[in-house]
Design a protein around this ligand. Structure first.
Ligand code: UDX
Ligand code: UDX
Length: 439
């Protein structure tokens, strides 16, 4: 099948390369020329494990191409994905301007290049309920009816750092459409999922849009729940990890997304919660739980700051080593990373920050600026530090050489906001150790 993907970001690029790997002929389009040039050379503009191998393999096979020319790509495509960003606007609502620009471009292309069968226009970007219907209305007012273009909602559930695995092997595929043609075409596009009996959830457009937000919001509820519980555990001589394990083994609760941390971040949860709250407001339904999830998340970041500051009391020109800047491991993405809130507060409290991240420093620099010293290793970040703060659960931090670390630091203190260090090992090595959610 001939496929076009508009937007070569985390979602569009992963979707495009995986569809090429399924055997389709895929053109990935972006307005960012430097991104496209890199991709043509087989280089990924994002850090995502496994993606570069898939890009080079599918480029070589001739099934995958990258360009800025939407018209050439889309005029003969039978399926067109829109995967442009839908950032938060000032009000918290999803800003849909890039999405509607893509829709208008598609309307013009479809008007100029009529085809015998309808083109399937798939909204992959995360959009609030009602958006796909608005897309249909927009197409209709441009003279493009259902006989020419069928709108489908097919939200993504890709976790950064694991996006290729999630795309090749999803737990479910959600398809929203008002038309049998839409369901059928998407199912034949996703033939490997059908063969592997991965469940398809075929629903109305609105339900598909809601499923995406509801899933992200529910996962965020779990995280804020465990983060709040972590604070209580710290006061009640309990380890939240033990509590979470005991809870998670109940099949009705499940073990995932019960890991305490410095607060959730990333391109989705914070923005999607705000967008869903805005949808609630618009419809006269105050989504009280989401307001609480957001405020617990903010408090969590302040809690981490407080833990660090309290350990710097009395130190002149304190130095904090920060391990990890990205919002989670295995990504270079800094969007809404807890580090963006936590580091400026530490700096405002007089701390000098020496930070190390395996891949995110280049993306962090424009956001955090020169107020942070960027280091090339964990040991370099720890040199002369009074507190070592762990913000991202990169694998290499789990088995860090504690004795070598201690030798680097001015004072051996660890604030572990990800629970990556074994407390007993840290204490045996002579550290003062604080782990989130542990007395
Ligand atoms: C996606 C989504 O689509 C968003 O709705 C979801 O909530 C999170 O995941 P993501 O892939 O992370 O967004 O966005 P980003 O990495 O910013 O990529 C978007 C790409 O679209 C960029 O490469 C940008 O240059 C491109 N773009 C943007 C276009 O090609 N055309 C535009 O008009 C706007
Ligand atoms: C999320 C969703 O999981 C995915 O389905 C959706 O489509 C896009 O948004 P992503 O943001 O890439 O994916 O990462 P995810 O693994 O969900 O983590 C989000 C945030 O929650 C991170 O900051 C992470 O550190 C935090 N988190 C996650 C916790 O603090 N504790 C947990 O137990 C799980």
């Amino acid at each position: 099948m001939k496929v076009t993907v508009i937007g070569a970001g985390y979602v569009g690029l992963v979707t495009g390369v995986c569809l090429a790997d399924f055997g389709h002929s895929v053109d990935v389009i972006d307005i960012d020329s430097s991104r496209i040039e890199r991709l043509k050379e087989g280089k990924s503009p994002i850090f995502e494990p496994g993606i570069e191998r898939l890009i080079t393999h599918n480029l070589a096979s001739g099934r995958l191409s990258f360009s800025m020319d939407l018209e050439s790509a889309a005029r003969a495509a039978s399926v067109v994905f829109i995967a442009v960003s839908t950032p938060s606007s000032d009000t918290g609502e999803a800003d849909l301007r890039y999405l509607f620009t893509a829709v208008d471009q598609m309307a013009a292309i479809l008007a100029q290049h009529p085809s015998e069968t309808p083109t399937i226009l798939v909204v992959k970007s995360t959009v609030p309920v009602g958006t796909c219907t608005a897309v249909r209305t927009r197409l209709l007012s441009a003279g493009i009816g259902e006989d020419r273009c069928v709108v489908v909602s097919n939200p993504e559930f890709l976790r950064e750092g694991n996006a290729i695995g999630d795309c090749l092997n999803p737990e479910r595929v959600v398809i929203g459409s008002g038309s049998a043609v839409g369901f059928e075409r998407i199912k034949s596009l996703y033939h490997p999922y059908v063969a592997r009996e991965i469940p398809f959830v075929e629903v109305a457009l609105e339900a598909a849009e809601h499923i995406k937000y509801a899933s992200n919001a529910f996962l965020a509820v779990k995280i804020s729940f465990v983060n709040e519980l972590a604070l209580l555990c710290e006061k009640t001589n309990t380890d939240v990890l033990e509590v979470a394990r005991g809870m998670g083994l109940d099949g009705r609760i499940g073990p995932s997304f019960l890991m305490p941390g410095p607060g959730f971040g990333g391109s989705c949860f914070p923005k999607d919660i705000r967008a869903l709250e805005a949808v609630g407001q618009k419809n006269g339904v105050e989504l009280k739980l989401l307001g609480a999830v957001d405020s617990v998340n903010k408090r969590q970041k302040h809690h981490v700051v407080t833990q660090v500051i309290s350990r710097l009391a009395g130190i002149v020109s304190p130095v904090v080593a920060v391990l990890g800047l990205a919002f989670k491991a295995n990504t270079d993405d800094m969007r809404d990373a807890p580090a963006l809130d936590i580091l400026p507060l530490l700096i405002a409290n007089g701390a000098v920050i020496q930070a190390y991240d395996l891949v995110a420093a280049d993306n962090a620099r424009p956001l955090l600026g020169d107020q942070v010293r960027y280091c090339s290793s964990a040991m370099a970040a720890a040199a002369g530090a009074d507190v070592l703060l762990i913000l991202t659960e990169w694998n290499e931090f789990y088995d860090i050489d504690l004795m070598a670390l201690k030798a680097q630091m001015r004072s051996p203190t660890i604030v572990d906001a990800r629970r990556v260090i074994d407390p007993q090992s840290a204490i045996r090595a002579g550290f003062s150790y604080y782990g989130i959610g542990r007395a």
